[in-house]
Design a protein around this ligand. Structure first.
Ligand code: NI
Length: 185
């Protein structure tokens, strides 16, 4: 099924609270098709997560996936589809890291997120699931679940000073990050 168009910042659907889905509704052909389309759209756009409002559907539905990268010894994150996801537990500690969003193309910014979260929801068959996530995975879940409440990562930024276009990020911010990574200890 088709790749769906992605809503961009400024479209009201990105600022609305999405509605929950019943398990029966979740099993319908229409929602199953939507899930397949979201997965395909996320992969085609090289995204690591997608929320239904980003494909113009005001439903509490998210997908996430990170392809493994053998050269970085990164196992990736297997495909996750969650309906009605709810963050039920968070680590007290938070950390800043770079975020982007398919609905805000070509821009990045530093946003604070909880280091770890526990999320409950339904899988695509309507069965309850419980996900514990840390680091990047936890960040993706917080970002996508925010979309369901009309919140963008820009709203989470402490200030907008790190807001940067990707080209400028690579020129001016990335070298600094790499330098910092090389510091001993
Ligand atoms: Ni996003």
């Amino acid at each position: 099924m088709p790749i769906r168009p992605i809503s961009r910042m400024g479209h009201p659907i990105l600022r609305e609270r999405a509605r929950g889905i019943t398990p029966e509704e979740l099993r319908s052909d229409e929602i199953q098709r939507l899930i397949d389309d979201m997965v395909e759209t996320m992969r085609e756009a090289h995204g690591v997560g997608l929320a239904a409002p980003q494909v113009f559907e005001g439903l509490r539905l998210i997908t996430a996936e990170v392809q493994p990268s053998p050269e970085d010894e990164d196992e990736g994150i297997p495909l996750l589809v969650l309906a009605n996801p709810a963050i039920v537990q968070v680590s007290r500690e938070m950390y800043d890291d770079w975020e982007g969003c398919l609905s805000i193309p070509d821009i990045r910014g530093l946003a604070p997120r909880h280091i770890a979260v526990r999320v409950e929801g339904l899988d695509r068959h309507g069965e309850p699931v419980n996900v514990t996530a840390e680091g990047f995975f936890a960040r993706i879940l917080q970002h996508e679940i925010d979309h369901l409440d009309g919140i963008l990562y820009l709203d989470r930024m402490k200030d907008l000073k790190s807001l940067t276009f990707i080209e400028e990020f690579e020129q001016h911010w990335l070298p600094r990050e790499e330098e910092a990574d090389e510091l001993p200890g």
